[in-house]
Design a protein. Structure first.
Length: 559
């Protein structure tokens, strides 16, 4: 298949701006064959941790036989097709907080993308997960990026504490991805995220030349119109227009874009190309993996999530996106190969996702629907206040699912009455699978056993933090979508169900003998596994996850 101009133009231009193709690095030492037992393999010199936002296990299973480049290489390593973001809050910020910390959101403190803190002195009580609340006038949508809400250390922080020579870098298309995988800023050598116009970092930090070059190249790309991407032949079965109302459809897009449209650039393969190009440039310029200690770079590839929200997960758009991401990952790995560095890759996702209900119903899912008006927090609030003869907002929350808070201005007796009545209303709603009080969740058993067997309350427990979570946690029925396709996302994620919880976990290192483990594991297992690969002892706080027994050629040693 002829590569579309976008991929060659974007990746070649962005990488040419930091001439990785001209790089030469140390030649790996050849290990002669021997009949004697192999000595333990040295720790890798570089860890490359990649999160593909909204890359569900379902998408991985659907497209794995079509991958030919980056994903195809990872498929020759250690494959865990049933990884779990095991918690209920299957959103971007909580999911990314688990990947390199080893802790579930209940312990990372990142219980959602946003939550309500009624004690906050800010007028906006809705708190963004990566927000600096000390900035006067900060809101959940206009904020200064901060790592203050992350309550646990990441792998990079542990590596730096064990050996100050280790270098840690975080690059992502979203600030919350870069922060939650990278960790606290004091231990990060570099951290960069896309702010809608360019890659930026914390105030006061110097800008390396490669960032300036990539930003210039990306700005030039946005300023130009984008022609249609070529559709691979195997995408034809996904190419069908799905009406979403008011004459609008999704399912047949090719990422055409008028000049200057940054939002469409972000929801296209070109966005991941820019992210991966920046990561490759930083590896080269910083000579990551070429020092005395193991280095770490984490990469948040965010375009798949924007594509999923904008067009859904089952149309031509997602098929083209994943095909091009496969190619871009292949280019990244090729550049890493040229350094001669011994590197270990892990790739996973922050959460899964499900398709828009209009298409799901065509796929024999008659239960698929959008949220009914009576299921919204506003409607439940109206029902509760009418029943109890109260006024105002006694329930606080921004949708019909997840966390709901009871207004702290109520008396103790009123709070108890509101809690009882709200639970009654939610549990009677035909779109609601379950509703739990915070007290019920707190008193329930800790998560244990295979995550696919956990009851709903245990899934809620995994992302419940008593200092931040709601007084009520609501689980919608499967395939209920709480978004308006004409004024927001056409499809989303965030549910208790496995289509949002299951993600692939893939490990690869040159020379390893791959295998596939079909049994379930968790994303919190990634950090202790990587620690084992570099011989890093884990001290308190000990993670929720466990070290996975990878192929012996990775060098992983589990305690």
């Amino acid at each position: 298949m002829q590569r579309p101009k976008t991929l060659i133009g974007a990746v070649a231009a962005l990488l040419a701006a930091t001439p990785l193709s001209a790089q030469t690095g140390p030649t790996p030492v050849a290990i002669p064959p021997s009949s004697a037992p192999a000595a333990p393999r040295p720790a890798p010199k570089l860890i490359v941790a990649i999160s593909v936002d909204q890359f569900s296990a379902d998408l991985f299973a659907e497209y794995r036989n079509h991958f030919t480049k980056g994903f195809a290489r990872l498929l020759t390593g250690d494959v865990f097709p049933s990884g779990y973001q095991s918690h209920a809050a299957t959103e971007t910020c909580p999911g990314h907080s688990t990947i390199l910390s080893g802790f579930r959101p209940a312990h990372t403190g990142i219980i959602a993308n946003t939550w309500i803190d009624q004690k906050s002195p800010l007028a906006d009580k809705s708190i963004y997960c990566a927000e600096d609340e000390s900035v006067p006038g900060s809101t959940a949508s206009k904020y200064t990026v901060s790592d203050d809400h992350l309550l646990v250390p990441t792998l990079g922080e542990r590596m730096k504490a064990a050996n100050s020579a280790s270098r840690t870098v975080s690059v992502a298309g979203k600030d919350r991805a870069a922060v939650m995988m990278g960790g606290h800023r004091k231990t990060l050598d570099e951290i960069w995220w896309w702010d809608g116009k360019a890659f930026v970092t914390y105030a006061g930090r110097a800008t390396p030349p490669v960032v300036t070059q990539i930003n210039a190249a990306a700005s030039a790309r946005i300023a130009e119109p984008q022609a249609a991407y070529e559709e691979p032949a195997f995408c034809a079965g996904h190419d069908r227009a799905i009406p979403i109302g008011e004459g609008k459809t999704v399912g047949t897009g090719r990422f055409e874009r008028e000049a200057g449209n940054g939002a469409k650039f972000r929801a296209s393969p070109a966005f991941d190309e820019a992210i991966l190009a920046l990561a490759a440039g930083l590896v080269r310029d910083m000579k990551l993996g070429q020092g005395d200690a193991t280095d770490l770079i984490d990469i948040g590839a965010s375009a798949t999530d924007y594509v999923g929200h904008t067009y859904g997960t089952s149309g031509a758009e997602m098929c083209i996106q994943l095909t091009n991401l496969d190619q871009s990952l292949g280019l990244l790995f090729d550049q890493l190969d040229k350094t001669g560095v011994d590197y270990l890759v892990v790739l996973t996702a922050d959460h899964g996702g499900h398709d828009l209900p209009e298409r799901n119903r065509d796929h024999a899912m008659p239960m698929a629907a959008r949220l009914n008006p009576e299921t919204t927090t506003k409607a439940v609030n109206a029902a509760v206040t009418a029943k109890l003869k109260l006024t105002g907002d006694v329930l606080l929350g921004d949708s019909g699912s997840g966390d709901v808070w009871i207004n702290t201005k109520l008396t103790k007796a009123q709070k108890a009455a509101v809690l009882a009545e709200a639970l009654k209303v939610y549990r009677a709603n035909p779109q609601v699978a379950a509703a739990f009080s915070g007290a019920e969740i707190a008193a329930s058993p800790a998560p244990k056993g295979p995550p696919e067997t956990w009851p709903l309350i245990m899934r809620a427990k995994a992302s419940y933090n008593p200092l931040r979570s709601g007084d009520i946690v609501v689980a919608l029925n499967p395939r209920i979508t709480p978004t308006d396709p004409l004024h927001g996302a056409v499809a989303t994620h965030g549910s208790f169900w496995d289509y949002d919880r299951r993600v692939p976990i893939l490990f690869w290192r040159k020379g390893m003998t791959g295998f596939e483990q079909p049994l379930s594991v968790e994303t919190v297992d990634i950090m202790p596994t990587l620690a084992g690969a570099i011989g890093l002892p884990l001290s308190a706080p000990l993670p929720d996850g466990r070290c996975l027994d990878l192929d012996g050629d990775t060098g992983t040693t589990c305690p």
